[in-house]
Design a protein around this ligand. Structure first.
Ligand SMILES: [Zn+2]
Length: 191
């Protein structure tokens, strides 16, 4: 059977996706070992919770969320976090942090006995929640992006792609019950 090939619209150059929306966040610092990038963490986020498309994830990752807009924003606006990338419901990808830098997305975490996963992980957020399925466009773009990341950072293998819930099981449930790992890996194999 012939493999499906996706049109690869961008490549990673010096840690940045080419031809991709870029919104630099200050919520990162230097990785202890650049050669150690070896884990991919999948998250979900929606701001306000269960609402999509408002652009508030940009504000949050930039530290510019307005606490007066929504009661939930007042709770979280001072938290300094950012993933490397966000994939919105329509499949649009935004990159906030250079992959070679340590984005602050995983928090307290442990993978295979090793803590501080941000040191060696890349974090991707899907715009979503635990109440609604993700979109076909999100899966396609996630598979394509994952392939690009694996090419640039070959220590990230399929066995080293996890959910936030896997590395912070006491605190986190994302990417949640609707994230279809089987579908994701099927697409990934087909890319
Ligand atoms: Zn998360």
């Amino acid at each position: 059977m012939q493999k499906t090939t996706y049109e690869t619209s961008s490549t990673i150059q010096q840690g940045w996706l080419e031809n991709t929306r870029r919104v630099p966040s200050p919520h990162y610092d230097q990785r202890p070992d650049l050669a150690d990038i070896s884990l991919l963490v999948i998250h979900y986020i929606s701001l306000p919770p269960e609402q999509f498309g408002g652009g508030f994830v940009d504000d949050f990752f930039l530290g510019k969320l307005d606490p007066n807009i929504h009661p939930y924003f007042a709770e979280i606006y001072q938290i300094r976090v950012s993933a490397h990338c966000l994939i919105e419901r329509n499949g649009r990808i935004t990159q906030y942090v250079n992959f070679n830098e340590r984005a602050w997305h995983a928090g307290l975490s442990c993978f295979n006995g090793r803590e501080k996963c941000n040191d060696f992980a890349i974090g991707i957020e899907l715009e979503g929640s635990n109440e609604q399925p993700f979109t076909a466009q999100q899966y396609e773009k996630l598979a394509e992006l994952t392939q690009q990341i694996m090419q640039a950072y070959p220590k990230i293998t399929p066995e080293r792609i996890v959910g936030h819930c896997d590395i912070s099981p006491d605190r986190k449930i994302d990417p949640g019950q609707y994230f279809d790992w089987q579908h994701y890996f099927a697409l990934l194999n087909a890319v």
